[in-house]
Design a protein around this ligand. Structure first.
Ligand code: AMP
Length: 195
């Protein structure tokens, strides 16, 4: 099963992917996490991404597409995977479709998180405070606004791309974590809907 977790920064995509990794037995592929690891290790990719990430800007499509292409070739992705933070542009969505088609695969579901912008900002501020020394360079109100602007301009059109395919399930991300998890499980496991 190939699932995309889609939504604005702070919507809870990463949290839900981590919970569901064990339940579904498929890995979370977070381009944000992979890029942060590259930045921390000072790889050429990391050096290219660092400033853009600090400023809340998207890194170039070619770079994240290459990262994902390499990652989905790893055997732990054979049964499927959850994409967290990718694709973030229509060009990335098209590249994903092409790379999956080569293996006769396709995205099965897109879980779209809906959360009020006020709530998102509060969550980002909270996440920044709780992280202490591990605080992300982009978890602050100024950079959050930039990330939201990019989200509206470049990432929101990705949802229309998948809506046309009829594979989007919208989730109310304002609820508590376990309730959101249950909504996602209900969307991914059809039997659960019948009981
Ligand atoms: P995230 O952890 O998903 O919030 O991502 C953190 C930052 O990494 C983003 O603000 C971007 O700068 C960069 N990034 C992560 N995924 C992508 C992507 N699919 N396309 C472009 N930039 C990305």
């Amino acid at each position: 099963m190939i699932v995309i977790f889609f939504g604005p920064p702070g919507a809870g995509k990463g949290t839900q992917c981590q919970i569901l990794e064990e339940k579904l037995g498929i890995p979370q592929l977070s381009t944000g996490d992979m890029l942060r690891t590259a930045v921390a290790s000072g790889t050429p990719v990391g050096r290219k991404a660092e400033t853009l990430m600090k400023e809340g800007k998207l890194v170039p499509d070619e770079l994240v597409i290459a990262i994902i292409a390499n990652r989905i070739a790893v055997p732990d992705c054979a049964k499927g995977f959850m994409l967290d933070g990718f694709p973030r542009t229509v060009a990335q969505a098209e590249a994903l479709e092409a790379m999956l088609a080569e293996q006769k695969l396709a995205v099965d579901k897109v879980i779209a998180f809906e959360v009020d912008e006020e709530e998102l900002l509060e969550r980002i501020i909270k996440r920044g405070k709780e992280a202490g020394a591990a605080k992300r360079a982009d978890d602050n109100p100024e950079v959050f606004r930039k990330r939201m602007a990019d989200y509206r301009a470049q990432t929101a059109p990705v949802l229309s791309y998948y809506k046309k395919k009829g594979i989007v399930v919208t989730i109310d991300g304002m609820h508590d974590i376990p309730i959101v998890t249950a909504q996602i499980e209900g969307a991914l496991i059809p039997e659960k809907n019948q009981s």
